[in-house]
Design a protein around this ligand. Structure first.
Ligand code: ATP
Ligand code: MG
Length: 186
């Protein structure tokens, strides 16, 4: 079984900006900068032959490239943040790509996560149980202070299939395949 997900890789300068943002926030644990990405579909543990089928479906997918802007700092888990992320400025082409990826994966017999798509770039995961009230308040005010965060617009010209190797500290992502998007002005 292979733990896999589909995501947009982010350009180095954007990851550098995100890394800076990570350090402006009092976070107990941060995603390593090389792990920063925008998840399109989480597949979980899948048999390798099924993943191979998914790969062929993704390789056959045609969607236009686009530009994307990251904007704002938010959290899932309003009262008790469990995941802090950089937001994504509304993007119709991103939603279009997401739909195409989901359709392609389902067509190949895979069952991508069905939760509503909230585009985000995870900066840190937290254990709300272990977050003292004072630390939570410090985090929330730092998020408010950095609410004006923006990165981009940057070009999205490909998406990728990743294998996730879970580790004790951080997961390690291995890029299995990269799928070019059609040039925006072609
Ligand atoms: P760790 O779980 O050790 O913190 P990780 O979350 O970075 O590491 P994975 O759990 O393999 O590694 O997740 C890979 C990607 O898929 C991440 O973007 C993660 O947020 C997303 N993801 C993981 N589980 C789900 C899920 N159940 N539904 C939607 N997305 C998920
Ligand atoms: Mg995880």
């Amino acid at each position: 079984m292979i733990r896999a997900f589909v995501a947009l890789p982010l350009p180095d300068p954007v990851r550098q900006q995100l890394n800076l943002l990570q350090h402006l926030l009092p976070l107990p644990r941060r995603l390593p900068p090389e792990n920063l990405h925008l998840t399109l579909a989480f597949l979980g543990e899948v048999p390798s032959d099924l993943l191979e089928d998914g790969h062929h479906a993704l390789a056959a997918l045609r969607a236009p490239g686009f530009t994307l802007t990251l904007r704002g700092v938010e959290a899932f888990g309003a009262a008790a943040p469990r995941l802090v992320y950089a937001g994504v400025a509304p993007s119709e082409p991103l939603l279009h790509l997401h739909r195409k990826v989901i359709t392609a994966l389902r067509g190949a017999g895979l069952a991508p996560d069905r939760r509503r798509f909230t585009p985000h770039v995870t900066l840190a995961r937290l254990d709300p149980q272990r977050l003292a009230e004072a630390d939570r308040l410090r985090l929330v005010s730092a998020m408010v202070e950095n609410a004006g965060f923006a990165a981009g617009p940057f070009t999205v010209d490909a998406f990728a299939l990743y294998r996730s190797h879970l580790g004790r500290d951080a997961a390690h992502y291995e890029e299995l395949a990269r799928y070019p998007l059609v040039a925006a002005h072609a």
